[in-house]
Design a protein around this ligand. Sequence first.
Ligand code: NAP
Length: 248
Amino acid sequence: MSTTPNKRIAFVTGGSRGIGEAIVQRLAADSIHVVAVARNSEKLAGLVAALTAAGHSVESVSVDVGDSAALAASIEAVIEKHGRLDVLVNNAGITRDGLFMRMEDKDFDDVINVNLRAAFVACRAAARSMIRAKWGRIINIASVSGIIGNAGQVNYSASKAGLIGMTKSIARELAGKQVTANCVAPGFTTTDMTDVLPPQIKEKVVEMIPLRRFGTPADVAHAVAFLASENAGYITGQVVAVDGGMSM
Ligand code: NAP
């Protein structure tokens, strides 16, 4: 028996900070019950407390998405608890940058494992419930690096390009069941991930962005919220770039 009978249920990985936190906030504001997922349970608890105090319906799960069995089990637990899962956002992502001639196998494997393999595991775990309901929204957070490449990011670009190919294939497999699968591909966005860039690199990056600024997490969350909505039911297999025009 569902505890949230009148709400869509969303599962957002990497939901504790940055783009994922903005997605959690935005979907919750759209009256969706959101399960925010990350490793840091304290950070998640703070977010859940703040959103609950603001009248939103949220919960959190602390899991390392690199642990396939734990990730699949956490999705199955959500489906068991709420009776279904309507929206899956695979947003958790990491970087291990370095020039490819010097890149260690481990740095390649770790990035593929978290950015691509975990998304595959989560899609597979969530799909059965969506197929049963004949309604579902899968949204995978790719990157401009997966579209145009980026020096120093062979592992990351490969994971994000892989995510795009995987999403298009899933879209084709699930279209007959009215389950859509799309990617949102952010450009440079102001979060912890880009905070590490030296100021002179940030200035160079801004020069490459037609809209002449970094994106905000909310810029990305708005696109995700649209793709998760009833209004996006005829959009599948697409990559929505939220990158200030960088990849055009
Ligand atoms: P971020 O600020 O570094 O946040 C990453 C989020 O993922 C955190 O909530 C983190 O929480 C979680 N996470 C990382 N590894 C995890 C794991 N193994 N298991 C579970 N959760 C994990 O990153 P962001 O900038 O918001 O990026 C979000 C997504 O957008 C990523 O997929 C990234 O590749 C993509 N993206 C970002 C940019 C950008 O410029 N920021 C550009 C293009 C694409 P814990 O550490 O607590 O686990």
